[in-house]
Design a protein around this ligand. Structure first.
Ligand code: CAA
Length: 426
């Protein structure tokens, strides 16, 4: 398979909190049929960040795991990182970036451009593209970039959005000699539009959302971004034929996943877009494509969803949690094959892009450790979860409890004193 560039993801570290709420229990507490959450939304647990975790500790814990990958010989030296971008929409300060706390915790060098980036759930992809283009431009002088997407999804209790919360972070080392995924730089499709589907005014810690409208905005943006990707793939260096069904060329397709059922809705729209654009197939009615869409969903989309089903929405990290989940189980099968990625951020900006899974991904996949991390989690009751609703992010506690002895993270939030947040290694 032809590679679009030699720039891409070299390491992929994931971190999710060690507490989770079974959605069956939330359904019982809210007098909702459990099937609505388990099947209708497709999620069975949502991660709950304890008071000693916030977007900074999630990011630093994911970052530490990414830098440590590859064993003693292969680990990434923090001194090699020349750019750190933390993408989040659950920042802890309106001015001081989460990234500068992470910079200190990970021991990155002073000569490292460090900042936070925001565009709702699209921020992680914006950061990834900026980092890849920083390397491609040559101004990075051969150094690597560290991109971390980190979020705690919070909606008001008892709102329709409540079962679509979650928390987690994904850290990616980006380099000019990647091991995991080579990006097809320059082959992405973008769709931006000013819409009020989901937002969080500065004085609030929980998001506001026009739920049903947000689904429409997501799907409209997907159609726009995918059509641009498709038209760029035809006749460019990628040389896809105009009649090709573009998704046929993708071995897997990953979507931003606020809840797993959304990936099905997205895949259906993508298949229809493919169908309409293909002169040989356009004559058939959309209803006829249902069996094919189901088969392609089972093969190309479902294998990336198992972590999102157990974690919930991780906003900026959501798409990259799907990538980690896919690679942890299927990196060897996908080696040398192109995969598609769709990122959506409310408000809105979306991007459809692709990359080729590299042969080195299989050796690193065993170090992602996502399944093991999920297995070790402790379930919390609805009452415990409700106590956590005010903690973390903007509602930081002065002195949260210390992490328990079985805490597996490398860093925790110690509390706020004199309006200054403090973090510690474990
Ligand atoms: N058994 C099985 N399924 C059931 C059921 C039952 N007893 N009862 C309902 N369902 C199904 C419904 O049919 C529906 O499925 P379909 O959409 O496939 O028909 C599903 O369960 C959800 O039911 P409702 O639509 O009635 O649920 P709701 O009104 O409570 O709200 C929601 C759903 C709008 C997604 C809400 O959870 C929400 O607002 N979430 C936050 C916003 C969000 O995630 N938007 C996604 C796009 S924006 C984005 O992606 C950015 C981001 O991260 C926020």
């Amino acid at each position: 398979m032809k590679r679009g560039s030699n720039i891409g993801i070299d390491r992929l570290g994931v971190y999710v909190p060690d507490r989770a709420l079974p959605l069956r229990d939330l359904a019982a507490a809210r007098s909702v049929p459990p099937e609505k959450l388990l099947e209708g939304l497709g999620v069975h647990h949502m991660a709950v960040a304890p008071a000693y975790e916030d977007c900074v500790t999630l990011a630093a814990n994911a970052g530490a795991r990414a830098l440590a990958m590859g064993g003693t010989a292969g680990r990434t030296d923090p001194g090699e990182i020349g750019l750190l971008i933390v993408a989040t929409e659950t920042a802890v300060d309106h001015a001081k970036p989460a990234a500068i706390f992470v910079h200190e915790l990970l021991g990155l060098p002073p000569s490292c451009r460090t900042y936070e980036i925001k565009h709702a759930c699209y921020g992680g992809t914006a950061a990834l593209m900026v980092a890849a283009e920083w390397i491609a431009s040559g101004v990075g002088r051969g150094r690597k970039a560290l991109v971390i997407a980190s979020d705690i999804a919070k909606y008001p209790p008892r709102s329709a959005g409540e079962p679509t919360q979650g928390a987690g972070a994904v850290a990616m080392v980006i380099s000019g000699d990647p091991t995991v995924l080579a990006l097809d730089l320059g082959l992405s499709g973008v769709h931006a539009a000013n819409v009020h589907d989901f937002w969080r005014p500065l004085d609030r810690s929980q998001a506001l959302v026009d739920g049903k409208y947000s689904l429409d905005c997501y799907l409209t943006a997907l159609a726009g971004a995918f059509q641009e990707y498709r038209s760029r793939a035809i006749g460019t260096a990628f040389q896809l034929e105009a009649e090709a069904v573009t998704s046929d060329h993708l071995a897997a397709i990953l979507y931003h996943t606020p809840f797993p059922r959304m990936a099905w809705k997205a895949h259906r729209v993508l298949a229809e877009e493919d169908w309409r654009s293909n002169p040989r197939r356009a004559a058939k009615l959309p209803a006829d494509i249902e069996p094919e869409v189901r088969a392609s969903y089972a093969e190309k989309v479902e294998p990336s969803l198992w972590a999102a089903q157990a974690v919930g929405n991780t906003y900026t990290a959501s798409l990259y949690l799907c990538l980690a989940a896919l690679l942890e189980r299927q990196a060897d099968r996908l080696a040398g094959r192109r995969i598609g990625m769709f990122s959506y951020g409310s408000g809105s900006c979306a991007e459809f892009y692709s990359g080729v899974v590299l042969s080195g991904a299989g050796a690193l996949a065993g170090e992602i450790g996502l399944a093991a991390m999920l297995e070790r989690r402790r379930s919390v009751s609805v009452a415990e979860y409700e106590r956590h609703l005010g903690s973390g992010a903007l509602g930081g506690e002065a002195s949260p409890d210390l992490p328990p002895p079985d805490f597996r993270g490398a860093f925790f939030y110690r509390g706020t004193s004199d309006d200054r947040r403090a973090y510690s290694p474990v």
